[in-house]
Design a protein around this ligand. Structure first.
Ligand SMILES: *Cc1c(COP(=O)(O)O)cnc(C)c1O
Length: 405
């Protein structure tokens, strides 16, 4: 039997086709070798597998359910829309799936502290939570703009005992937060593990984070059969770095009949600086230690990016997404700010679920897709997180619609 996609990709050096790899300063080569070796061991360790299973079931609240979005489906009048409820995972998003595992890895490596970047604050909150649970120190770097926009998550991180460090250069959003956290890590790697928040960064992070998130896809594959006795026709997820998408795609990637749709943020328009649609408009390049498809400015530097969803506002994308697009296994779609806000309110008022603004991009796209498909087709959307963090920002800028849809 031929090896499954997940077992054969990436290769030994962390390449997904030509994308991925590891482009790091020489002094980080030894610590990254150590991380690779430790992960190889842990991956096969029954004790690690058991510990992860235990925390997922008894602390995180897994498995998360799949819900049928009946009213949203009726509104669209086409394919049935189902939601994988990662908003019900402890801390309200899929991020805890990789954070718990990364902190176990940090403990295994004998580290005292974990450090990371955060965009919307979801990864920061999840990592601060995991660090509290396992008794490690936690430091989170966050752009000054996002600190204001995502205020509730900043307070949550501090209550959980984490130190929040503002990134004050450039656009003061996610890319600058990564720069800032990486700089600090280079000074402190001896007692610290950098816990990357998505399927990005140098090898082995895109592989590890995908593996840790694949629980979403594996659960979904089984649970969907309960609803429909067959696999979904399409799986939809929003893509920033791409971890929630890779998580749910992992359950269906070997099933060629299931279409995989990655949804990128179109922001406020197609001009460079107005969106963060890296896969759609980007070109090959190295940033933050890995080769992928990225948005560049006229000088070849990472371009400024924008999206209403702070967690998907990033000028590059996980290398596996670049690869899957290139080999034609995924379909890359778009959703702008306005469509995302519309979906945010529709899901809230029709289904009683307030989604994160990032997630709202996947919902809006699934609504468009549903309308093009017949009623016997099914779409599974990864509802990557809940929108509590976004409510003040949304109502202040986009009044609550009072029309019943
Ligand atoms: C962080 C985040 C995202 C984007 O990150 P990916 O790595 O692309 O999944 C999407 N949705 C929510 C709710 C998030 O918190």
């Amino acid at each position: 039997m031929s090896k499954s996609y997940l077992d054969s990709t990436p290769d030994e050096n962390g390449y997904f086709g030509k994308f991925g790899g590891s482009f790091i300063p020489p002094m980080l080569e030894a610590p990254f070798e150590e991380i690779k070796k430790a992960y190889k061991e842990l991956k096969k360790s029954p004790a690690f597998i058991e510990e992860l299973k235990y925390v997922r079931k008894h602390y995180q609240g897994r498995p998360t359910p799949i819900s049928f979005a009946k009213n949203l489906t009726n509104l669209c009048g086409g394919a049935k829309i189902y939601l994988k409820r990662e908003d019900l995972n402890h801390t309200g998003a899929h991020k805890l799936n990789h954070c718990m595992a990364e902190v176990i890895l940090a403990k295994h490596l004998g580290k005292k502290k974990v450090i990371a970047e955060t965009g919307a604050g979801q990864h920061g909150v999840a990592l601060a939570t995991a660090a509290a649970y396992f008794g490690l120190e936690c430091e989170i770097h966050m752009g000054e703009v996002d600190i204001i926009k995502e205020h509730p998550n900043v307070v949550r991180m501090k209550i959980l005992g984490a130190k929040v460090v503002p990134a004050t250069h450039g656009l003061k959003t996610l890319k600058e937060a990564v720069d800032s956290a990486f700089e600090k890590y280079i000074e402190t790697y001896e007692d610290t593990l950098y816990c990357i928040g998505s399927v990005v960064g140098p090898h082995p992070f895109p592989l590890m984070v995908r593996d840790f998130q694949s629980i979403v896809g594996h659960e979904s594959k089984e649970q969907f059969l309960e609803h429909e006795s067959k696999a979904p026709d399409a799986v939809v997820a929003c893509v920033g770095g791409g971890s929630n998408a890779m998580g749910i795609f992992a359950g269906f990637i070997d099933d060629k009949d299931v279409e995989l749709h990655s949804v990128e943020p179109m922001g406020r328009g197609d001009k460079l600086g107005d969106h963060a649609a890296s896969l759609t408009y980007g070109e090959e390049g190295v940033m933050h230690g890995f080769n992928s498809i990225m948005l560049k400015d006229a000088d070849g530097e990472p371009a400024p990016v924008y999206s209403i969803g702070s967690g998907i506002d990033y000028p590059s994308v996980g290398p596996e997404h670049a690869h899957l697009k290139e080999i034609g296994r995924t379909i890359v779609g778009l959703c702008n700010d306005e469509e995302a806000v519309d979906a945010f309110y529709k899901l809230s008022q029709l289904e009683g679920i307030i989604p994160a603004l990032e997630t709202a991009h996947a919902i809006a796209y699934a609504m468009k897709l549903a309308k093009t498909l017949s009623k016997d087709k099914t779409i599974l959307v990864n509802l990557s997180g809940r929108g509590d963090k976004d409510i003040d920002f949304v109502v202040d800028n986009h009044p609550i619609p009072n029309a019943k849809f």
